[in-house]
Design a protein around this ligand. Structure first.
Ligand SMILES: Cc1cc2nc3c(=O)[nH]c(=O)nc-3n(C[C@H](O)[C@H](O)[C@H](O)COP(=O)(O)OP(=O)(O)OC[C@H]3O[C@@H](n4cnc5c(N)ncnc54)[C@H](O)[C@@H]3O)c2cc1C
Length: 478
């Protein structure tokens, strides 16, 4: 196989941005993706919305602008009805509908749950919950197009990074499941699950961290074998053919956390009028860990049909709709997390940018600490916070970065900063860092944080909040 500067494992949000950012700066990149299309969770698990929040500039904005040129490929939604606002008529969750006239910049505001009371501040809340919706096939295709335009990215789909060879502090090569071995200078793990980091022998964490691990006030006293809840997202329509997946039979097991009170789902309207439905969540994270991925998918399929039958009876507006698509992958909000040079934690989220004092912040975010499932909770963060570059550097490695939801995050921090656009920001930073390491002939941990931040700012990445007037003006030019 030809020589590459960089191998990126995983072509989801983080991997796409890492490959694009590094290729644009001249690196030759091999992007290896296990599934048949790019986009990862955003396309294969049906997470076809980018929630509101600060940051989210740079590559995600470019992607949005390119999608906007394709008819019906994207739009901006806003929260309309919510189960907490019965005065508007009951809705089984939160309903997000397309609103013409809104712009991308309306989706880059402070997340309302950090600052407003859902019940009391209804008007302001509504105005602040705006996001981007996109067609998954258009997204996967646009990612491929943008990577192709660099002429420096080789994409291998339906291929996995299987093994890694280590020499001291360096990864010396990876072997793909096709049997080929590649020996580039740098590696980025964007597998979402930390699969490359695991193959490299990095330390990974899974489940809720005990208080003793990072001193987080909201952490449990002892570790808990439970991740954030998982959801099997589906699409309903009035216009398309039905999904042909056979409806599973059987009853809901006692373990189903919403068995006695089905409810809350997040719905987003697509440009063609279909709805994306995300039950919050379909399965509790402890049950998911117990069952494993394959059995969880089958069980969620069953629960999805139960929920839809229940909702259609109680919500007459949906009586004439039917399921036309079920995501081929389960939506897994939290996976393993890699122990990195710095671990983002609850204290960072609560300190916010003003008090964090990290010299190497490469992305900002502000989503609430949002834990779905039995005993779920949602705790807003008061201001935007930053994610340091060190959260991308697995401890003990000189030529490996991790730019996906398996980065250096505590379980609580991951519940906040897992969003797709945040993962793209991590990817963009990883790609630029690899290019700087080549240019300056240094190892990845020695990349100058100041130079990295300057380069990212030059690519319109927002590293402070509110954005500068120049950046705000840039975001208004769609
Ligand atoms: C149900 C649900 C709802 C969500 N809602 C929102 C929302 O409303 N807004 C929002 O912004 N975010 C939301 N998120 C979060 C967000 O979608 C994800 O956290 C984000 O997309 C993850 O991106 P990633 O790059 O870390 O991983 P992924 O997008 O999962 O990409 C990882 C890729 O790596 C590939 N891979 C894995 N192992 C290998 C290997 N060994 N070799 C090669 N390839 C491999 C996988 O096939 C996958 O394509 C939601 C998540 C879930 C699950």
């Amino acid at each position: 196989m030809q020589d590459f500067d960089l191998v990126v494992a995983g072509g989801g949000s983080g991997g796409f941005a890492a490959a694009l950012a590094s290729a644009r700066r001249g690196l030759s990149v091999l992007l290896v993706e296990r599934q048949s299309a790019l986009g990862g969770t955003s396309t294969q698990a049906g997470v076809t919305g980018w929630e509101a929040g600060c940051g989210n500039t740079g590559i995600p904005f470019e992607l949005y602008k390119r999608l906007k040129k394709i008819p019906h490929a994207t739009g901006i939604y806003r929260l309309r009805r919510h189960c907490c606002w019965p005065e508007d008529g009951w809705f089984p969750g939160g309903e997000n509908v397309l609103v013409p006239g809104l712009g991308y910049i309306d989706t880059c505001v402070r997340h309302a749950l950090g600052t407003l009371d859902l019940r009391q501040d209804k008007k302001s809340f509504r105005e602040r919950i705006a996001g981007v919706v996109f067609e998954p096939q258009a997204m996967a295709m646009m990612m491929r197009t943008m990577l192709g335009e660099t002429e420096r990215v080789t994409i291998l789909t339906e291929t996995s990074v299987a093994k890694a060879e280590i020499a001291g502090r360096r990864v010396s090569g990876v072997t793909l499941d096709s049997g080929a071995t590649v020996r580039p200078r740098f590696f980025v793990d964007a597998t979402g699950d930390g699969n490359l980091c695991t193959a490299c022998g990095c330390e990974l964490l899974q489940g809720q961290d005990a208080k003793t691990r990072f001193g987080e006030p909201a952490a449990p006293d002892a570790p808990v074998a439970k991740v954030n809840g998982v959801s099997l997202i589906f699409r309903v329509t009035r216009n398309r053919a039905r999904d042909t997946v056979p409806v599973p039979t059987g009853s809901l097991p006692d373990a189903c956390w919403w068995r006695d009170s089905p409810g809350s789902a997040h719905t987003v309207q697509f440009p063609d009028g279909d709805l994306s439905i995300n039950i919050l969540p379909t399965m509790d994270g402890a049950e998911f860990l117990r069952l494993g991925y394959a059995a969880s998918y089958q069980e969620c399929l069953k629960r999805l049909h139960f929920w839809w039958n229940w909702a259609q009876v109680r919500f007459p507006e949906w009586a004439d709709m039917h399921i036309c698509w079920i995501a081929p992958s389960l939506g897994v909000r939290e996976t393993r997390r890699t122990v990195c040079e710095y671990m983002l934690k609850q204290q960072d989220l609560e300190s916010g940018l003003v008090r964090q004092q990290h010299p190497d912040i490469i992305a900002i975010a502000d989503h609430p600490m949002d834990f779905h499932g039995a005993g779920g909770h949602c705790q807003g963060v008061r201001s935007a916070y930053g994610i340091p570059y060190r959260c991308l550097i697995p401890k003990g490695f000189d030529n490996l970065l991790v730019s996906c939801r398996a980065a250096g995050l505590s379980s609580l921090a991951a519940s906040s900063c897992r969003l797709s656009r945040t993962m793209m920001q991590l990817g963009q930073a990883a790609g630029v860092a690899c290019a700087l390491a080549v240019k300056r002939r240094v190892n990845l941990p020695s990349v100058s944080p100041e130079e990295l931040r300057n380069e990212l700012a030059g690519e319109h990445v927002c590293l402070d909040f509110p954005p500068t007037p120049e950046l705000a003006a840039h975001l208004r030019c769609e």
